[in-house]
Design a protein around this ligand. Structure first.
Ligand SMILES: [Zn+2]
Length: 419
């Protein structure tokens, strides 16, 4: 722990002012604090972030994938760097804290280091990752995915509802799509570790009275598209006992999804999100239904067995109704473990600062998922009021944010000193 060295104390008013100023740069025609990737307010917000990074003494550049990168040089330019950051885009109708706390917190850490005259041995790299939230191309974590070398040509060929390709949108936003696929200056750097400060987006910390969450792992996601094929008949004439109603079979599947999530041991959830009647009409027995669902857990074993059990339940219920069903599964993210040494450093520093902490899994996906493929990864959570997130009511107390930034600073200093 950083014993013997004065602790870096975040400036409350400065963080508060930054949060307010950035929140004002938003899409006026949408609910809440909307600032979606590639929108004009997003471009303006990143100009604002660039200015704050420069004020903090960071050397600012964009990498090939459109990530905004600020570097606070350390004493040993060749030493593997420390990276911290998050994202400043939001979902439509989103809040003012998701991702934003991690970017503004990282900038505050750089300011504190510079003001205290303390230079780290390693470069401190602050990243505002491009487009973390899912978008019209149904692809999240654009910047961190690219940085980890996981963005593909097929991803850039994805089309939105209007037929526009993601690669074209990159180009329109001033990012060369082929550079986004390549290995540029940032990716060639050796990296010591990545730590992301983020709001919890769930209710656990608040319920347990903890100011900080030390993230143990990030949940893997299994996504399901279930297609039910029954028989279209006249809704007025076909007797009830003689129907092959695809929507009723899908309704049984929705309940099976919920049952599956309720049976999870540690952290496991299951959600049916959408059921579309492809040829819906009020006087026709539903024939073709597309149901979308997902399961998340940090327990890979549970995800596997739950997937098999759910598939069995859905097929059995559909067969009993004479409805055919096909199941397409996609593993969207595998379970990602946070680095145990980084978890230990965060917990130790929280203890030394007298901050109550809890070890918690993350049910939400973060840029940290992709960074973990590249280097040791850790995450620091701060509580979300009422567990609300991805809505205008999303909130985290300023005192909790200050705790988080203080801990991020202490963690970076401690990691800097470790071989
Ligand atoms: Zn986020």
């Amino acid at each position: 722990m950083t014993q013997g060295i004065a602790r870096l104390e975040p400036v409350r008013e400065r963080i508060s002012r930054d949060l307010h100023e950035l929140a004002e740069i938003r899409e006026p025609d949408h609910l809440g604090w909307t600032r979606r990737v590639f929108s004009e307010p997003y471009r303006l917000a990143r100009e604002w972030v660039t200015a704050r990074m420069r004020d903090a003494g960071l050397e600012v550049r964009r990498d090939g994938a459109g990530n905004l990168v600020g570097v606070l040089p350390g004493r040993s330019p060749a030493a593997p760097a420390l990276i911290t950051g998050s994202h400043t885009d939001t979902v439509q109708g989103g809040g003012r804290f998701d991702g934003i706390v991690g970017v503004l917190g990282a900038i505050e850490v750089a300011r504190l280091l510079r003001e205290s005259g303390r230079q780290l041995d390693r470069d401190l790299v602050v990243v505002d990752f491009l487009g973390e939230e899912s978008n019209d191309w149904r692809l999240s974590c654009l910047g961190s995915r690219a940085l980890a070398g996981e963005l593909t040509r097929a991803d850039l060929d994805r089309q939105d509802g209007t037929g526009a390709a993601l690669g074209g949108q990159f180009a329109a936003f001033g990012i060369d799509p082929s550079a986004a696929l390549g290995e540029d200056w940032l990716r060639r750097r050796p990296v010591h570790g990545y730590v992301e400060l983020h709001v919890e987006q769930g209710p656990v910390l608040e319920q347990r009275g903890a100011a900080i969450g030390v993230v143990t792992a990030i949940a893997g996601i299994e996504r399901l598209l279930a297609t039910f094929r029954g028989q279209a008949d006249h809704a007025g004439t076909r007797p009830m006992g003689d129907r092959r109603d695809a929507l009723v079979a899908a309704a049984e599947a929705v309940l099976a999804v919920e049952r599956t999530g309720c049976g999870a041991p540690v952290h496991g959830v299951a959600t049916a999100s959408e059921a579309a009647n492809v040829r819906a009409a009020p006087n026709v027995v539903p024939e073709l239904i597309e149901l979308r669902a997902e399961m998340r857990s940090v327990d890979t074993g549970w995800l596997g067995t739950a997937r098999e059990r759910l598939a069995g339940d859905i097929i059995a219920a559909a067969q009993a109704r004479g409805v055919d069903v096909s199941l397409d599964w996609i593993t969207d993210n595998e379970v990602v473990q946070a680095s145990k040494p980084i978890q230990d450093v965060i917990a130790e520093e929280a203890g030394a600062a007298g901050i109550a902490w809890e070890a918690v899994p993350s049910g939400a996906t973060h840029d940290a998922v992709h960074m973990a493929r590249w280097c040791p990864m850790g995450m620091i959570f701060v509580p979300s009021k009422g567990g609300r997130s991805h809505c205008p009511e999303e909130a985290t107390g300023l005192g909790d944010i200050v705790h988080g930034v203080r801990l991020l600073a202490a963690t970076m200093c401690s990691l800097d000193a470790r071989p």
